[in-house]
Design a protein around this ligand. Structure first.
Ligand SMILES: NC(=O)c1ccc[n+]([C@@H]2O[C@H](COP(=O)([O-])OP(=O)(O)OC[C@H]3O[C@@H](n4cnc5c(N)ncnc54)[C@H](O)[C@@H]3O)[C@@H](O)[C@H]2O)c1
Length: 334
């Protein structure tokens, strides 16, 4: 297995929402990045998206103009998979969430990527083992699940497939730390991994509460942003119980569990909106209305709030020219 200091060049496959943010993050940490898409237009759109994200970070005082420019110069776009991968040490795949497509991409990667490299997938919940089995090196395939927006969110899940080697998992966790991310190790390749199991448990109950008229979407969102979310940034749910007293939580669980949603498929409140084309901010309507032009503003407002929280919490998300680890052994700009 490669040592962490031997990882200098990263290939990012797929240049959509996640691939562009992942490429940006690696480049801002000083890594040489090859960003691959099938079409020139996708690569141009990715470059624009990265430049816009960087502008916002510069305005938010999270990145210097020089560091932004240097990072952009470290991203080499290409439509040719072989060019992206032939000298890479680590691959981050972000093509759409379709098992057959991912298996095809991994089979091609297996043929082209140098044998020592680690192959990672950003799947949101497909089986890592099923993706890995399309290769001849399942021990070097890991789940590396980023959060959206990837250039801002501090955590990444690092997931063990059935045959993933400890060394590949350890290396990926170390790499995550090098790029200013907090790795969350997930030891079993289960649907939803960890983050989405926790998140969807809350979303299922949030939909239930709205559907039952117990509280409005605004009230549910406020309870999370101003209440649960704030506390959970300080203490996770298991320590929370320790601090509050397990007997109390035992009593609450004993009477409350039976009243919570047990929906085993997407609820009416969600399904009808999707069927009606009310699929969220970009469609103009979801649980809230987004008049023309306001979706981008809503996303920018979310990012601005994240900027403030990240600064406040002093999370090491942003690597600048001065603070970047030096994966090349030379200056990150050089
Ligand atoms: N969007 C999110 O919130 C989010 C969060 C975490 C993980 N993910 C996961 O990340 C992955 C990518 O999601 P996304 O939101 O970036 O999707 P996206 O649709 O924005 O981007 C995917 C890109 O891959 C390209 N593509 C398709 N086939 C390809 C191929 N064979 N080779 C190279 N590129 C190809 C598409 O043209 C597109 O540009 C998915 O597995 C998704 O589940 C998404």
């Amino acid at each position: 297995m490669l040592r962490i200091d031997e990882i200098r060049s990263v290939a990012v496959i797929g240049a959509g929402v996640m691939g562009s943010g992942i490429a940006q993050t690696f480049a801002q940490a000083g890594y040489a990045v090859r960003l691959q898409a099938r079409h020139e237009g996708t690569l141009r759109a990715a470059r624009d998206r990265i430049a816009r994200s960087q502008d916002a970070m510069v305005r938010g005082d999270l990145l210097s103009e020089e560091a932004a420019r240097d990072a952009l110069a470290r991203i080499h776009p290409t439509t040719i998979l072989e060019e992206a991968t032939r000298e890479c040490h680590f691959v981050s795949e972000s093509v759409p969430e379709d098992l057959e497509l991912k298996r095809q991409v991994f089979a091609a990667l297996d043929r082209q990527v140098p044998p020592g490299a680690v192959l990672s997938t950003d799947t949101s919940g497909l089986s890592i083992s099923a993706i890995a089995s399309a290769t001849s090196r399942p021990e070097r395939v890991v789940g590396f699940h980023w959060m959206n927006p990837p250039h801002l969110m501090p955590t990444v899940e690092v997931i063990r497939g059935a045959q993933t080697a400890d060394a590949a998992l350890d290396l990926t966790c170390e790499l995550a730390r090098r790029i200013g991310r907090v790795p969350i190790r997930v030891e079993k390749d289960v649907p939803g991994f960890l983050w989405n199991r926790l998140q969807l448990a809350l979303i299922r109950e949030a939909l239930h509460v709205v559907e039952q008229g117990i509280a409005s979407p605004e009230a549910v969102d406020l309870a999370v942003t101003a209440g649960l979310g704030l506390r959970w940034a300080a203490v996770g749910p298991l320590r929370l119980m320790d601090l509050g007293g397990l007997a109390t939580f035992h009593s609450v669980a004993a009477y409350l569990y039976q009243d919570l949603s047990k929906a085993s498929e997407p609820q009416h409140a969600l399904a009808t909106k999707v069927a009606a084309g009310e699929t969220g901010a970009r469609a103009g309507r979801g649980f809230y209305d987004y008049p023309a032009g306001s979706a981008e503003a809503a996303i920018a407002a979310r990012d601005a709030r994240l900027f403030e929280l990240l600064k406040l919490l002093r999370l090491p998300v942003f690597r600048d020219r001065d603070s970047a680890p030096d994966p090349t052994g030379a200056s990150p700009g050089g």
